[in-house]
Design a protein around this ligand. Structure first.
Ligand code: ATP
Ligand code: MG
Ligand code: MG
Ligand code: MG
Length: 475
């Protein structure tokens, strides 16, 4: 019987191991081979150099359950958390990979076998998409797998100049390996809002994307021409939480075992009776990303990866405030998480106390200004004319009370209010200029000392970080 998320993770790895795939342990959330990437955001990230041919492995087939974070940078799902049934900042991506070994046919056959035989999902509930011109994949689904034509959807590019590529065309960057994808969706039933992929309502949560099969078929050159790769490869990714939801007979990822346990423990700490409260979901999501980021060596700070971590922590603390938290609560959830995920990730258990200590320090620091910041924000909202908070106000909340702009935006969004991002950026730039001018009057040795110790991500500052982190992966 496959019921729990842990059983599902194991069943996936066992299935591909039986098909001669090497089981590879999850890599760190901090990519070791790519300084331009903020976080590991897909299962293929640790294998990037193998696909490029610059790293050789003793195997040509691999499978993994890779921990991923999609917060900040190009693949940013932070804003989706609490709003959709399917997005997390931290999730696990189950994947199988072929490095110049098998291609489309096997990738499709294996995926279908796993879903419909091992997991015994009803075929009628599955839909697939292919890239519009990929007749090979289309015909294979139709003729060899037997998916009816009305359940195979061709998805084209979003703009004619190909500037906005299709969800079904993947590329590693502007140049290099790329190719069409085929995605598998699950229909959670007509009671739920949303249309099939490619329709106007595709962003609803009725048809949930569970698995992306990427066929690396071409090598794209700087002039845009594409040449066939001599040995095409396969990269697939399926969200463990999404497939768990299906196996556990629930619609939302937040209703699966791991999340329910975290939500119950959070509710107990905050004395909240409404187990469906959005804030509980957000906190349960955030304790996972924050704990795993710290486990992988990221420390809260004012720039780069550390600033993304700090922003997530502050969001969680704010949601606790919304639920009228009487004391510091966030760090206490590390124990609950370790209980849920410690078996799969022993490092979480080993570092449990350190993680909790770091989170507690952050909670205390932000807790000191949160109340006063919230009072100011309420004043701003109460006297607001129009539907946008001025950049100068967003900046004041940031500068004086430690509210990152996205936190202010998150609170504003709950009231249907926007923030002036450009105005905020301008205020930030102005402050930077002021600081530079001031520093001409003398040397701040503390600053010099600090920057000498910055070996990681020293190219970014907090405000331009999200804008300039170049992400090569577009899975
Ligand atoms: P969506 O369209 O739902 O945002 P995606 O197309 O961005 O998903 P991919 O980049 O194709 O996702 O990643 C492969 C798989 O990883 C997805 O099919 C999904 O199962 C899972 N996944 C992607 N993003 C998330 C997330 N934020 N939280 C949980 N699972 C995710
Ligand atoms: Mg997405
Ligand atoms: Mg998608
Ligand atoms: Mg996808």
């Amino acid at each position: 019987m496959i019921e729990t998320s842990a059983q599902l993770r194991q069943a996936f790895l066992d299935f591909y191991a039986a098909k001669q795939h090497q089981i590879v342990a999850s890599s760190s959330l901090v990519p070791g081979n790519d300084a331009t990437l903020l976080f590991t955001n897909a299962g293929m990230v640790p294998f990037k150099d193998v696909f490029l041919g610059t790293d050789k492995r003793s195997y040509s087939r691999a499978t993994s359950s890779q921990r991923c974070v999609r917060a900040g940078g190009k693949h940013n799902d932070l804003e989706n958390v609490g709003y959709t049934a399917r997005h997390h900042t931290f999730f696990e991506m189950l994947g199988n990979f072929s490095f110049g070994d098998y291609f489309k046919e096997e990738a499709i056959t294996y995926a279908w076998e796993f879903l419909t035989t091992v997991l015994a999902l009803p075929k009628e509930k599955l839909l697939v998409t292919v890239y519009e011109s990929d007749d090979e994949a289309y015909n294979y689904w139709l003729n060899n797998i037997g998916v009816p034509a009305e359940k195979i959807i061709r998805i084209g590019d979003k703009s004619a100049d190909k500037k906005y590529e299709s969800d079904n065309f993947w590329s590693m960057g502007d140049t290099g390996p790329c190719g069409p994808c085929s995605e598998i969706f699950y229909d959670h039933g007509e009671d739920i809002f949303g249309g099939p992929p490619g329709s106007a309502d595709e962003d609803g949560d009725r048809f949930i994307e569970i698995w992306n099969l990427v066929f690396m078929q071409y090598n794209r050159h700087a002039d845009g021409t594409m040449e066939n790769l001599p040995k095409p490869s396969v990269d697939t990714g399926m969200g463990l939480e999404r497939i768990s939801a299906i196996m556990q007979g629930v619609h939302s990822n937040y209703e699966i075992d791991i999340f329910q346990a975290l939500i119950r423990d959070t509710a107990k700490l905050l004395a909240c009776d409404d187990l469906e409260h959005k804030s509980l979901r957000v906190i349960a999501d955030h304790i996972r990303s924050c704990s795993f980021l710290i486990t992988d060596g990221v420390m809260p700070s004012n720039e780069g990866r550390g600033y993304v971590l700090r922003r997530i922590i502050r969001r969680a603390v704010r949601h606790g405030h919304k639920l009228e938290a009487k004391s510091f609560f966030f760090h206490k959830l590390v124990a609950s998480l370790a209980e849920q995920m410690g078996q799969a990730y022993p490092e979480l258990v080993q570092q449990q106390e350190t993680i909790a200590k770091i989170l507690r320090i952050e909670e205390e620091q932000f807790g000191r200004t949160l109340d006063r910041g919230m009072t100011l924000l309420e004043d701003i909202l109460a006297t607001l004319k129009g539907d946008t908070i001025a950049g100068a106000d967003v900046f004041k909340l940031y500068d004086t009370y430690g509210f990152p702009a996205d936190l202010t935006a998150d609170i504003a969004r709950e009231r249907d209010i926007k923030i002036d991002h450009d105005g905020f950026d301008a205020a930030m730039a102005e402050q930077r200029t002021r600081a530079q001018k001031a520093s001409q009057f003398g040397t701040d040795y503390n600053e010099a000392l600090k920057s000498a110790h910055h070996t990681e991500f020293n190219g970014y500052t907090q405000s331009d970080m999200t804008a300039t982190v170049i992400e090569l992966f577009n899975s």
